[in-house]
Design a protein around this ligand. Structure first.
Ligand code: FES
Length: 102
């Protein structure tokens, strides 16, 4: 069953940037963006790139491999060759800890 799980302390996030975090076998990307903290699967939906190696401008994450672009809040694919949306994970901040619903 799904439950809120501790992911990383807010104080350990890269300020205004994207931070890679592993949880079990999952590789996740935590975005400290203009609109708050969001979490997605780290793998690009186009290829095998890890989005944590990409460029985050506070709202959008650019894939390091082919420059596909995703909205870091909604997961929407914004620029080719990215077409399928990013898989976002429901997240919240609780007592200074980023938690995800998994
Ligand atoms: Fe990310 Fe191609 S692997 S855009």
């Amino acid at each position: 069953e799904r439950a809120w799980r501790d992911l990383i302390e807010v104080s350990r996030l890269e300020k205004g940037d994207v931070t890679p975090v592993s949880l079990g076998t999952r590789d996740l990307a935590v975005y400290d963006g203009a609109g708050g903290i969001t979490v997605s699967h780290a793998r690009c939906t186009h290829g095998a790139a890890n989005l944590c190696d990409g460029y985050f401008d506070g709202r959008r994450i650019e894939c390091p491999l082919h420059q596909g672009l995703f909205d870091a809040r909604s997961g929407a694919a914004l620029a080719s060759p990215a077409r399928r949306p990013l898989r976002m994970i429901q997240a919240r901040v609780h007592d200074g800890m980023v938690q995800v619903l998994l």
